[in-house]
Design a binder for this molecule. Structure first.
Ligand SMILES: Nc1nc2c(ncn2[C@@H]2O[C@H](COP(=O)(O)OP(=O)(O)OP(=O)(O)O)[C@@H](O)[C@H]2O)c(=O)[nH]1
Ligand SMILES: [Mg+2]
Length: 481
């Protein structure tokens, strides 16, 4: 979602490369581009003004460090200011203040409250080992209760069977009593949404909040609606005093303005952001890490955390050994694709690698990498165990059979095997380099500025990546066409 902003920032910083020092004159143009980029991303204009003033002051006041490129130094200042604008460190929910701890989830119509309630239940149970209970308290739209119950059942989380003829506060009273009896740690209360902030909605929420005394009050705000959602958050905060904000739909083509101005305008910390409709699509909001992603500095910490969750360490180690010895099989490849799927979207993952954001922009989009993976998986599923472990036995008649079984042509199967072999070679080359202590610069490799191990120099065997547009993917000879 920050693609545009990242691209503009990267243009802005180019201006400063190779300059001896940061001066008022030479940052003028850069600041102008940064200003336009932020306004285009729908960042609140007051926030933009403060941001630029602060960056300028720091940039001019800073001594140029020996050996540090002024461009790099400027990026560091912009990073720190972006992080500070979004609240600096991540603030965790403190759910140990009382038991059971109530979390009131509110927001306008259709912003993703019910979905978030399910996601938070999964997060708190998995990451925080909490015994979670759900109360559907939306008596405005009757189907909302069933929607929450479906999430609860899928997740295996207990829920209160509320009587929707009662008022929200009555539902919550009954639900909280039940939660106490059941010895629950945290109770998530899903409330009704309205088209606009209206008095009836606020009155219901105030009643519930007063009854609960000091609950966590989280507002779900739709990142897609930009400044509008910032105004809504301000009003909610004035009326019911929020303790946190959740940005939903950050996977959409939202321009990022809400994420960048929400904290500054409301002074309420952003706790989480949602990146999809699935229950696992929720991330704690780390301002410093997000600033890094925006500035194409990667987000290695999040990547490592995700990897730790999804990857079986022993299995990964075995795969590394196999890669190094060029013994990586089609079966291993399948396992690896399954691991990657658990991590999230390919594009999202690649962007967490430093420098990769810019490289991805240069080579154009990834094409339909996920769709391509699915096709490969179907082909692999049509192979026997023996074939998956030893591609050498894949003769013409076996390939014909696999093509038939997977609904593809023989040519598709041939191509898959050729690409698999290319990738295997590349991996073994890469493992060798890493072992020698030379971590390859993946960003540069993908954009064609550095050679892929085992693939020759860019422009030799490989075609130079096209600028923008479809065309070949970044994986060497178009691994994912
Ligand atoms: N892409 C995307 N879709 C989301 C996200 N969160 C929710 N949605 C979708 O948005 C729609 C509305 O979500 P709900 O959770 O029902 O929203 P709500 O605020 O509870 O809606 P009401 O109860 O009617 O006010 C659903 O289709 C969700 O699947 C997200 O982070 N990304
Ligand atoms: Mg709902």
């Amino acid at each position: 979602m920050f693609d545009n902003l990242s691209e503009k920032f990267s243009d802005a910083f180019k201006n400063l490369r190779g300059k001896g020092a940061i001066t008022e004159e030479n940052i003028e143009e850069t600041l102008k581009i940064v200003r336009t980029a932020l306004l285009e991303a729908d960042v609140n204009f007051k926030v933009v003004k403060m941001f630029l003033a602060s960056v300028k002051e720091k940039a001019l006041g800073e001594k140029v460090l020996r050996g540090v490129d002024p461009g790099e130094q400027f990026i560091k200042i912009v990073h720190d200011e972006l992080a500070s604008m979004m609240g600096n460190a991540h603030i965790e929910l403190d759910l140990d203040k009382k038991t059971p701890y109530p979390v009131l989830i509110c927001g306008l119509n259709g912003v993703g409250k019910t979905t978030f309630t399910g996601k938070l239940a999964l997060y708190l149970r998995g990451k925080k080992k909490k015994n979670v209970y759900l109360i559907p308290a939306d008596n405005f739209r009757p189907a909302a209760k069933d929607q929450l119950i479906i999430h609860a059942k899928n997740l295996g989380v207990d829920y209160f069977d509320s009587d929707l003829s009662m008022s929200p506060v009555e539902i919550v009273k009954a639900g909280m009593e039940q939660a106490k009896e059941l010895g629950k740690d945290v109770v998530l209360i899903d409330t009704a949404g309205r088209l606009q902030v209206d008095d009836a909605l606020m009155a219901d929420l105030v009643d519930v909040k007063n009854y609960l005394k000091d609950p966590e009050v989280l507002l779900v705000a739709d990142a897609m609606t930009g400044q509008e959602s910032v105004n809504v958050a301000k009003t909610f905060h004035e009326k019911i005093e929020l303790t946190g904000i959740v940005l939903s739909k950050m996977d959409s083509d939202a321009r990022g303005g809400a994420a960048l101005s929400m904290r500054f305008v409301t002074q309420v910390p952003i706790r989480f952001f949602s990146t999809g409709e699935k229950m696992k699509d929720l991330e704690p909001f780390h301002p410093d890490r997000l600033a890094k992603r925006i500035l194409d500095m990667g987000d290695v910490l999040t990547l490592v955390e995700k990897a730790e969750e999804a990857i079986d360490e022993k299995e990964a180690e075995e795969m590394m050994k196999k890669m190094e010895k060029n013994q990586f099989s089609i079966d291993d490849f399948m396992k690896q694709m399954n691991m990657m799927n658990k991590l999230g979207s390919m594009k999202g993952l690649l962007k967490m690698i430093p420098g990769m954001g810019g490289a991805l922009r240069e080579v154009g989009d990834l094409g339909d990498a996920e769709g391509e993976m699915k096709k490969m998986k179907v082909m692999i599923s049509s192979m026997t165990k023996e074939e998956r472990n030893n591609h050498k036995i894949l003769n013409d008649s076996r390939r014909e059979r696999i093509a038939k079984g997977s609904g593809r042509s023989k040519k598709d199967v041939d191509e898959f095997i050729t690409k698999f072999l290319q990738m295997r070679k590349m991996m073994s080359g890469m493992m060798g380099m890493m072992k020698g202590g030379n971590m390859p610069d993946l960003g540069a490799m993908m954009s064609g500025q550095a050679p892929m191990p085992g693939m020759g120099a860019p422009g030799q065997k490989r075609r130079k990546p096209k600028k923008k547009g479809k065309g070949k993917g970044p994986f060497g000879g178009g691994f994912f066409k």
